[in-house]
Design a protein around this ligand. Structure first.
Ligand SMILES: Cc1cc2nc3c(=O)[nH]c(=O)nc-3n(C[C@H](O)[C@H](O)[C@H](O)COP(=O)(O)OP(=O)(O)OC[C@H]3O[C@@H](n4cnc5c(N)ncnc54)[C@H](O)[C@@H]3O)c2cc1C
Length: 374
């Protein structure tokens, strides 16, 4: 068992003032626990140091008839300026177990509160392949199944074997296999439904010094190789970190562009008639020579680039004040310093309306909204 380094992304570490107390703390500012640095106070705030405490805190909150918010690293949350009127349970369970499995595979069972990127770093250092392209993503292990965290052609659904959950409907713990999780692009049965509290996640990785095949042309280009090839794990990680830093997608207290919730909008997926209408509007607006980037699946559904849509609807990097589009990446909405959640939402609504007007496509937010709606 080991304890990875605390994630600097995720608010005060377990030794911090609120975290040290096993008691229920009152009026804890959630801005200190979100990567946007936004959010009013939690009426009540409890820290769960292991799976048992997590389940107990959730069950007690329910028994008291209080509203519940499970908090990980706060990197995918937009919290109301008014805060949260119920109990926030901060998942801080940090247990990690590595076990050999069949055919050179290794199973990792990690508690919900384990910081994600230090775990990725450890797997890379130990020669385990499967999550290397997910380097640099903030947050905790327990949140990774919620929106099937993904980047550069890798998603956690490719390596999650099972998820131990507490089922709030039945009051029982339950092990859900990969197929039970309903994984899809930035989605799962857990997203938008607070029935399940993720307590532990089991990943299965391959013992290998080289990465999984590269799926992204951008990564291949940066490594001077071709999509489909495999590279040493540490090179894969360093390259992804470098690419992400260039986009302000690795948390850095000195870089205001990283005070975000990552990508604010998901890439829209259109069925063939919707895509035909979109392509017609794009050609009318931008001329027939402009080809909007799209990735087609086997059923002919097109995944568009939300960043391209925002750019071509006229919203450039750095747009907006006091909340602003990142100067490094069109898809990240940021709080460079003195914005409020309402400011951020006003910017998001303006961008969404501009894209809908230009292209007839309605963007959907990726982060979870707490006490607010877009
Ligand atoms: C700079 C930056 C870059 C990012 N890049 C990416 C990226 O490349 N790919 C990507 O997919 N995401 C990305 N994100 C988004 C975010 O990091 C991930 O979604 C991450 O998994 C969220 O983890 P968290 O612990 O911070 O979750 P939180 O923000 O704390 O919570 C998110 C949601 O999960 C729920 N939740 C948290 N823990 C549990 C639990 N144990 N059980 C049940 N529900 C729970 C919360 O209630 C909330 O609804 C990025 C964010 C930032 C700020």
């Amino acid at each position: 068992m080991s304890r990875p380094e605390p994630d600097p992304a995720s608010g005060p570490a377990p030794g911090g003032a609120a975290a040290r107390s096993p008691e229920v703390a009152a009026d804890v500012p959630l801005a200190d626990y979100t990567t946007l640095g936004l959010g009013g106070p939690a009426a009540r705030f409890r820290v769960a140091a292991d799976t048992e405490e997590l389940i107990a805190a959730v069950a007690e909150t329910e028994a008291a008839g209080d509203a519940l918010l499970v908090l990980g690293g706060g990197s995918n949350l937009v919290v109301s300026d008014q805060g949260f009127p119920g109990t926030v349970v901060h998942a801080e369970s940090r247990s990690v177990e590595f076990r050999n499995a069949d055919e050179g595979r290794v199973r990792i069972r990690a508690g919900a509160g384990v910081p994600w990127d230090p775990l990725v770093a450890r797997t890379v250092a130990e020669g385990l392949s499967g999550i290397e392209f997910l380097s640099g993503i903030p947050g905790r292990v327990g949140s990774t199944p919620i929106q099937n965290v993904g980047a550069y052609g890798q998603e956690v659904s490719q390596t999650i074997v099972e998820v131990l959950v507490y089922d709030r409907r039945t009051g029982e713990r339950r092990t859900m296999g990969n197929a039970d999780c309903g994984f899809a692009y930035r989605d799962s049965v857990f997203k938008g439904d607070d029935r399940y509290v993720v307590c532990e996640v089991v990943f299965e990785l391959e013992r290998s010094q080289v990465s999984r095949p590269i799926r992204y042309a951008e990564v291949a280009r940066a490594l001077g190789t071709e999509a489909g090839s495999r590279v040493p794990l540490d090179q894969a990680r360093e390259t992804v970190l470098e690419l992400r830093r260039g986009k302000g997608m690795v948390l850095d207290p000195d870089d205001p562009d990283t005070r975000s919730a990552g990508s604010f909008f998901t890439n829209p997926v259109l069925d063939p008639p919707e895509y035909a209408e979109f392509a017609r509007r794009a050609a009318d607006l931008l001329g027939p020579g402009v080809e909007p980037p799209a990735h087609f699946d086997a059923d002919g559904r097109a995944k568009l680039s939300a960043a391209w849509l925002i750019d071509h609807a006229g919203f450039t990097r750095g747009y907006g004040s006091p909340a602003r589009i990142s100067t490094k990446h069109t898809l990240a909405l940021t709080n460079p310093g003195d914005a409020t959640t309402e400011d951020l939402l006003a910017l998001a609504r303006e961008v969404r309306a501009g894209v809908a007007k230009a292209f007839g496509v309605t963007l959907v937010n990726e982060p979870v909204m707490v006490g607010v709606a877009l």
